[in-house]
Each structure stands twice: as structure tokens, then as C-alpha cells.
Design a protein around this ligand. Structure first.
Ligand code: 5GP
Ligand code: MG
Length: 199
């Protein structure tokens, strides 16, 4: 199988569980390239080191794709935050279960997220990066559901807010995003059929 054929085969994976597909792997890839180009340009002349911090587990695919298209040297780290449990609704204050390994003092942090919903997770993580002495904190989220916002995760210092696509107010899966730890490996982003999570 060619690599295109193997992605096409994966594009058919779990299609029957989707109400609709929002973005295909080709559309995702094109948008990721644009984001990486924009961020590389903005960060190119920065004096401080740049650290991309992925928020596990949901951002793993986006982080891998975007990081390899960045054309300046960056460090990469991960944090793990729990807020959702196994459901489809965000539940209260985020809990940091794995902290940074890298010291971000005096560095530009780019928080890489799969999707911003209420804004709680990023709001909390921006404050956390600030408390660790980051010189700026940017947000790079693949999807953004502004209709659901409860708090605004404002970038800090010279940081900016980058987003791939605005997402409708539906529960989506794929490209790193799960329902009950499934669907993360789908190469596309789809709206999960309600009957798949409303039992
Ligand atoms: P927030 O703290 O902004 O409410 O939620 C952010 C986290 O909730 C995201 O990192 C993501 O893991 C999860 N989340 C929000 N909306 C969705 C969605 O539509 N699908 C999935 N799978 N996760 C979501
Ligand atoms: Mg997440």
C-alpha cells in the first residue's frame, strides 16, 4: 500500500459512528501547515528560547504534525491535565497530573491544545506557565468552540492566540480527540453520533 492508500483506508475507519465528517486529513494537513508557517514567522526573531507544550493526551497528533513543520529550533514538552473524566461535558477545575520537565523560566511557551471549549483548562495552564516564569505564553489550539466559552484564555505577554478552525457546538472526535479513550487515532475530525455516547 502507498502511504496515501493507507491514510485513505484509515479515513474509512469508524465512519459509521459519525453523524458527519467536519475535516478530512487533507484539510487538516493544509491548515496545520499554515499555522506552522505563521508561528515560525512570528517566533523567528525572538531572543528567548521557544518551548511547545502539548496538553496530553488530546493534542498528541496535532503537536506531532505542527512541530515537524516549524522552521525554527524549539523544545517540546508535555503536561497532562484532567477535567473531563469519561464523559462529554467539562467538569469543573482542571487537575494537573503531569507537570513540565523543562524549566520554562524566561522562555516563550506555546501551549498546544486539541480544542478549547469552556476555556477552563487553558486559563488555568496559562496562569501555571506564568507562575513558572515564562516570558510569554501563546495558545495554539487546533479547534475552537467559542460558543461554549466561560473564561477567556488570554495569551500572556507577547503571546498570541492561534487556532486552526472554529468548531460548531458538537461533540467531536478524531485527530487526537477521544470519547472514552476511543477514536483518537482517526485521521479526520467528525461529529460523533449521539447514540454512541448517550446510552
Ligand atoms: P475546556 O477546559 O476548554 O472546557 O476543555 C478543554 C478540553 O476538553 C479539551 O482539551 C478536550 O480534551 C476536551 N473537549 C472539549 N470539547 C471536546 C469535544 O468536542 N470532543 C472531545 N473529544 N473533547 C473535547
Ligand atoms: Mg485536551
Amino acid at each position: 500500500m502507498s502511504s496515501r492508500q493507507s491514510v485513505d483506508a484509515a479515513m474509512a475507519l469508524r465512519e459509521e459512528d459519525m453523524e458527519r465528517i467536519l475535516w478530512t486529513d487533507v484539510e487538516i494537513s493544509a491548515r496545520v501547515s499554515e499555522l506552522a508557517e505563521e508561528m515560525s514567522e512570528v517566533l523567528r526573531d525572538s531572543e528567548a528560547a521557544v518551548v511547545f507544550v502539548g496538553i496530553a493526551t488530546g493534542s498528541f497528533m496535532f503537536l506531532a504534525d505542527v512541530a515537524r513543520r516549524i522552521t525554527i529550533p524549539i523544545a517540546v514538552d508535555l503536561v497532562r491535565v484532567e477535567s473531563y473524566g469519561l464523559g462529554t461535558e467539562s467538569g469543573g477545575a482542571p487537575r494537573l497530573t503531569t507537570d513540565l520537565k523543562i524549566d520554562v523560566r524566561g522562555k516563550h511557551v506555546v501551549l498546544v491544545e486539541d480544542i478549547v471549549d469552556t476555556g477552563n483548562t487553558l486559563f488555568w495552564l496559562i496562569a501555571h506557565m506564568k507562575s513558572k516564569g515564562a516570558s510569554s505564553v501563546s495558545v495554539c489550539t487546533f479547534l475552537d468552540k467559542p460558543s461554549r466559552r466561560k473564561v477567556i484564555p488570554e495569551p500572556f505577554g507577547e503571546g498570541r492566540f492561534y487556532r486552526g478552525f472554529e468548531c460548531p457546538d458538537n461533540f467531536v472526535v478524531g485527530y487526537g480527540m477521544d470519547f472514552a479513550e476511543l477514536y483518537r487515532n482517526l485521521p479526520y475530525i467528525g461529529v460523533l453520533k449521539k447514540e454512541k455516547y448517550q446510552l
